[in-house]
Design a protein. Structure first.
Length: 270
Protein backbone atom coordinates (compact mmCIF):
# COMPACT_ATOMS: atom_id res chain seq x y z
CA UNK A 1 0.00 0.00 0.00
CA UNK A 2 1.15 3.53 -0.68
CA UNK A 3 0.08 7.05 -1.58
CA UNK A 4 1.27 6.84 -5.19
CA UNK A 5 -0.49 10.00 -6.46
CA UNK A 6 0.08 12.15 -3.34
CA UNK A 7 -3.63 12.59 -2.58
CA UNK A 8 -3.35 11.44 1.04
CA UNK A 9 -4.96 8.04 0.40
CA UNK A 10 -3.04 4.74 0.36
CA UNK A 11 -3.93 2.34 -2.46
CA UNK A 12 -2.65 -1.12 -3.48
CA UNK A 13 0.50 -2.05 -5.31
CA UNK A 14 1.98 -5.27 -6.61
CA UNK A 15 5.61 -6.20 -7.26
CA UNK A 16 6.30 -9.16 -9.51
CA UNK A 17 9.52 -10.72 -8.22
CA UNK A 18 10.01 -12.84 -11.34
CA UNK A 19 10.71 -9.80 -13.53
CA UNK A 20 10.86 -6.71 -11.27
CA UNK A 21 7.64 -5.22 -12.65
CA UNK A 22 5.66 -2.81 -10.43
CA UNK A 23 1.87 -2.44 -10.77
CA UNK A 24 0.13 0.34 -8.79
CA UNK A 25 -3.52 1.37 -8.39
CA UNK A 26 -4.60 4.92 -7.49
CA UNK A 27 -7.97 3.84 -6.07
CA UNK A 28 -9.12 1.11 -3.72
CA UNK A 29 -11.12 -0.62 -6.42
CA UNK A 30 -10.65 -3.70 -8.55
CA UNK A 31 -9.11 -3.17 -11.98
CA UNK A 32 -5.91 -2.95 -13.96
CA UNK A 33 -2.88 -1.00 -12.74
CA UNK A 34 -2.83 2.77 -13.26
CA UNK A 35 0.98 2.82 -13.13
CA UNK A 36 3.25 0.14 -14.59
CA UNK A 37 7.04 0.07 -14.73
CA UNK A 38 9.99 -2.09 -13.75
CA UNK A 39 12.70 -1.48 -11.19
CA UNK A 40 15.28 -3.85 -9.80
CA UNK A 41 16.18 -7.45 -10.55
CA UNK A 42 14.25 -10.71 -10.17
CA UNK A 43 14.27 -11.73 -6.51
CA UNK A 44 14.51 -8.19 -5.12
CA UNK A 45 12.21 -7.30 -2.20
CA UNK A 46 9.99 -4.18 -2.67
CA UNK A 47 9.63 -1.55 0.05
CA UNK A 48 7.14 1.30 -0.24
CA UNK A 49 7.46 4.56 1.63
CA UNK A 50 8.05 8.29 1.61
CA UNK A 51 11.84 8.20 1.60
CA UNK A 52 12.46 11.93 1.10
CA UNK A 53 9.62 13.43 3.17
CA UNK A 54 7.73 15.02 0.25
CA UNK A 55 4.38 13.39 1.12
CA UNK A 56 4.47 10.95 -1.83
CA UNK A 57 5.26 7.24 -1.66
CA UNK A 58 7.60 5.47 -4.05
CA UNK A 59 8.88 1.90 -4.41
CA UNK A 60 12.47 1.09 -3.44
CA UNK A 61 14.08 -2.34 -3.18
CA UNK A 62 16.24 -4.49 -0.94
CA UNK A 63 18.58 -6.96 -2.67
CA UNK A 64 18.90 -10.00 -0.34
CA UNK A 65 21.96 -11.40 -2.11
CA UNK A 66 23.90 -8.19 -1.38
CA UNK A 67 22.31 -6.94 1.84
CA UNK A 68 21.88 -3.57 0.12
CA UNK A 69 18.99 -1.09 -0.12
CA UNK A 70 18.36 0.76 -3.40
CA UNK A 71 16.31 3.96 -2.97
CA UNK A 72 14.50 6.02 -5.58
CA UNK A 73 12.07 8.89 -4.98
CA UNK A 74 10.00 8.74 -8.16
CA UNK A 75 7.72 6.29 -9.94
CA UNK A 76 8.12 4.98 -13.47
CA UNK A 77 5.52 5.00 -16.25
CA UNK A 78 4.45 3.41 -19.54
CA UNK A 79 5.84 -0.04 -18.64
CA UNK A 80 9.37 1.29 -18.99
CA UNK A 81 12.41 0.96 -16.79
CA UNK A 82 12.73 3.40 -13.94
CA UNK A 83 16.50 3.71 -14.24
CA UNK A 84 19.21 3.47 -11.59
CA UNK A 85 18.55 4.12 -7.92
CA UNK A 86 19.29 7.59 -6.60
CA UNK A 87 21.45 6.09 -3.87
CA UNK A 88 22.18 2.72 -2.27
CA UNK A 89 23.77 1.49 0.94
CA UNK A 90 24.50 -1.67 2.89
CA UNK A 91 22.76 -2.44 6.17
CA UNK A 92 22.70 -5.72 8.08
CA UNK A 93 23.68 -9.26 7.12
CA UNK A 94 22.70 -11.57 4.29
CA UNK A 95 19.47 -13.34 5.24
CA UNK A 96 18.01 -10.41 7.20
CA UNK A 97 14.39 -9.49 6.40
CA UNK A 98 13.85 -5.81 5.44
CA UNK A 99 11.24 -3.43 6.92
CA UNK A 100 10.26 0.18 6.21
CA UNK A 101 8.74 2.80 8.47
CA UNK A 102 9.01 6.22 10.10
CA UNK A 103 10.54 4.89 13.30
CA UNK A 104 11.33 8.24 14.95
CA UNK A 105 8.32 10.27 13.76
CA UNK A 106 10.29 12.80 11.71
CA UNK A 107 8.16 12.34 8.55
CA UNK A 108 10.84 10.36 6.73
CA UNK A 109 10.52 6.62 6.11
CA UNK A 110 13.72 4.65 6.66
CA UNK A 111 14.65 0.97 6.84
CA UNK A 112 14.88 -1.73 9.45
CA UNK A 113 15.77 -5.41 9.54
CA UNK A 114 14.55 -8.52 11.26
CA UNK A 115 17.23 -11.14 11.90
CA UNK A 116 15.37 -14.44 12.10
CA UNK A 117 18.36 -16.36 13.51
CA UNK A 118 18.41 -14.22 16.68
CA UNK A 119 14.96 -12.59 16.70
CA UNK A 120 16.50 -9.12 16.81
CA UNK A 121 14.96 -6.03 15.21
CA UNK A 122 17.43 -3.44 13.87
CA UNK A 123 16.16 0.05 12.91
CA UNK A 124 17.91 2.97 11.19
CA UNK A 125 16.60 6.55 11.37
CA UNK A 126 18.55 7.87 8.37
CA UNK A 127 19.41 6.71 4.85
CA UNK A 128 23.06 6.07 5.60
CA UNK A 129 25.12 2.93 6.23
CA UNK A 130 26.05 2.18 9.80
CA UNK A 131 24.93 0.32 12.86
CA UNK A 132 21.31 0.29 14.01
CA UNK A 133 19.97 3.29 15.95
CA UNK A 134 17.56 0.98 17.82
CA UNK A 135 17.61 -2.78 18.40
CA UNK A 136 15.52 -5.19 20.45
CA UNK A 137 13.93 -8.68 20.41
CA UNK A 138 10.26 -9.34 19.63
CA UNK A 139 8.29 -12.40 18.42
CA UNK A 140 8.64 -16.07 17.50
CA UNK A 141 10.40 -17.81 14.61
CA UNK A 142 7.27 -18.35 12.51
CA UNK A 143 5.88 -14.83 12.94
CA UNK A 144 5.65 -12.33 10.05
CA UNK A 145 6.74 -8.78 10.82
CA UNK A 146 4.68 -5.65 10.14
CA UNK A 147 5.18 -1.97 11.00
CA UNK A 148 2.65 0.80 11.51
CA UNK A 149 1.59 3.89 13.41
CA UNK A 150 -0.75 2.00 15.75
CA UNK A 151 -1.47 4.97 18.09
CA UNK A 152 -1.62 7.86 15.62
CA UNK A 153 1.36 9.65 17.17
CA UNK A 154 3.30 9.90 13.89
CA UNK A 155 5.81 7.18 14.76
CA UNK A 156 5.81 3.64 13.36
CA UNK A 157 6.44 0.70 15.68
CA UNK A 158 6.48 -3.07 15.28
CA UNK A 159 3.73 -5.61 15.00
CA UNK A 160 3.51 -9.19 13.88
CA UNK A 161 1.19 -11.80 12.46
CA UNK A 162 1.34 -15.26 14.04
CA UNK A 163 -0.04 -17.48 11.23
CA UNK A 164 -0.69 -20.52 13.45
CA UNK A 165 -3.10 -18.42 15.55
CA UNK A 166 -4.26 -15.95 12.85
CA UNK A 167 -3.49 -13.30 15.46
CA UNK A 168 -1.79 -9.92 15.22
CA UNK A 169 0.41 -8.63 18.06
CA UNK A 170 1.22 -4.89 18.12
CA UNK A 171 3.86 -2.94 20.06
CA UNK A 172 3.54 0.76 20.91
CA UNK A 173 7.22 1.32 21.76
CA UNK A 174 10.61 0.26 20.43
CA UNK A 175 11.56 -2.16 23.17
CA UNK A 176 11.50 -5.85 24.04
CA UNK A 177 8.55 -7.19 25.97
CA UNK A 178 4.99 -8.39 25.45
CA UNK A 179 2.68 -6.87 22.83
CA UNK A 180 0.47 -3.97 23.90
CA UNK A 181 -2.52 -5.26 21.97
CA UNK A 182 -3.50 -8.38 20.02
CA UNK A 183 -6.49 -9.50 17.96
CA UNK A 184 -7.61 -12.28 15.61
CA UNK A 185 -7.83 -11.69 11.86
CA UNK A 186 -8.14 -14.27 9.05
CA UNK A 187 -7.56 -18.02 8.96
CA UNK A 188 -5.22 -20.04 11.14
CA UNK A 189 -2.17 -21.16 9.19
CA UNK A 190 -2.85 -18.69 6.36
CA UNK A 191 0.00 -17.86 4.02
CA UNK A 192 1.95 -15.25 5.95
CA UNK A 193 3.64 -13.86 2.83
CA UNK A 194 0.31 -13.04 1.18
CA UNK A 195 -1.08 -11.43 4.33
CA UNK A 196 1.81 -9.09 4.95
CA UNK A 197 1.50 -5.36 4.52
CA UNK A 198 3.97 -3.47 2.37
CA UNK A 199 2.46 -0.20 3.25
CA UNK A 200 -0.63 -0.20 5.46
CA UNK A 201 -3.68 1.80 4.69
CA UNK A 202 -3.90 5.29 6.10
CA UNK A 203 -7.61 5.00 6.77
CA UNK A 204 -9.16 5.86 10.11
CA UNK A 205 -10.99 2.53 10.02
CA UNK A 206 -10.43 -0.84 8.40
CA UNK A 207 -12.94 -3.60 7.99
CA UNK A 208 -12.59 -7.19 6.92
CA UNK A 209 -15.18 -9.64 5.67
CA UNK A 210 -15.46 -12.93 7.53
CA UNK A 211 -16.89 -16.11 6.05
CA UNK A 212 -19.05 -17.47 8.86
CA UNK A 213 -18.77 -21.04 7.60
CA UNK A 214 -14.98 -21.12 7.65
CA UNK A 215 -14.00 -18.06 9.67
CA UNK A 216 -11.73 -17.06 6.78
CA UNK A 217 -11.05 -13.92 4.80
CA UNK A 218 -12.77 -13.16 1.52
CA UNK A 219 -11.03 -13.86 -1.74
CA UNK A 220 -8.31 -11.50 -2.89
CA UNK A 221 -9.34 -8.66 -5.18
CA UNK A 222 -5.79 -7.51 -5.92
CA UNK A 223 -2.59 -9.54 -5.70
CA UNK A 224 0.28 -8.84 -3.36
CA UNK A 225 3.84 -9.61 -2.37
CA UNK A 226 5.83 -8.75 0.69
CA UNK A 227 4.79 -5.24 1.66
CA UNK A 228 1.78 -4.94 -0.58
CA UNK A 229 -1.57 -5.35 1.11
CA UNK A 230 -3.98 -8.03 -0.12
CA UNK A 231 -7.42 -6.49 -0.43
CA UNK A 232 -10.37 -8.78 0.21
CA UNK A 233 -13.92 -8.86 -1.10
CA UNK A 234 -16.52 -9.30 1.61
CA UNK A 235 -20.20 -9.60 2.35
CA UNK A 236 -21.64 -6.66 4.32
CA UNK A 237 -24.03 -9.05 6.11
CA UNK A 238 -21.14 -10.92 7.74
CA UNK A 239 -18.70 -8.02 7.95
CA UNK A 240 -17.00 -7.49 11.30
CA UNK A 241 -14.95 -4.55 12.47
CA UNK A 242 -11.25 -5.09 13.09
CA UNK A 243 -9.41 -3.05 15.75
CA UNK A 244 -7.98 -0.04 13.94
CA UNK A 245 -6.03 3.01 14.86
CA UNK A 246 -6.44 6.53 13.52
CA UNK A 247 -2.89 7.28 12.47
CA UNK A 248 -3.45 10.63 10.78
CA UNK A 249 -0.29 12.64 10.60
CA UNK A 250 0.39 16.24 9.86
CA UNK A 251 1.31 15.45 6.28
CA UNK A 252 -1.12 12.65 5.56
CA UNK A 253 -3.21 9.93 7.24
CA UNK A 254 -2.42 6.49 8.58
CA UNK A 255 0.04 3.90 7.55
CA UNK A 256 0.59 0.28 8.54
CA UNK A 257 3.59 -1.86 7.57
CA UNK A 258 5.34 -5.28 8.20
CA UNK A 259 6.60 -6.33 11.82
CA UNK A 260 6.52 -8.98 14.73
CA UNK A 261 5.71 -9.92 18.42
CA UNK A 262 7.30 -11.06 21.69
CA UNK A 263 7.02 -14.71 22.67
CA UNK A 264 7.07 -16.57 25.96
CA UNK A 265 10.56 -17.74 25.06
CA UNK A 266 11.69 -14.17 24.38
CA UNK A 267 12.53 -14.62 20.71
CA UNK A 268 11.56 -13.15 17.31
CA UNK A 269 11.23 -14.57 13.91
CA UNK A 270 9.58 -14.41 10.56
Amino acid sequence: MGDWDCDGVDTPGLYRTSDGFVYLRNSNTQGIADIRFFFGNPGDVPLAGDFNGDGCDTVSIYRPGEGRFYVINELGADEGGLGPAEFAYFFGNLGDVPLAGDFDGDGLDTFGLHRTSTGLIYLRNSHTPGSADVQYVFGDAEDSMVTGDWQGDGSDTMGLLRPAEARFYLKFDHDSGPADIDFLFGDQGMDSHRRRLLRPARKATERVGTNTSSGGMGRSAYGARRNFFVLSQHDESTETAVPTYDTHRTRHPQRVRPAQAWSNTGSWSR
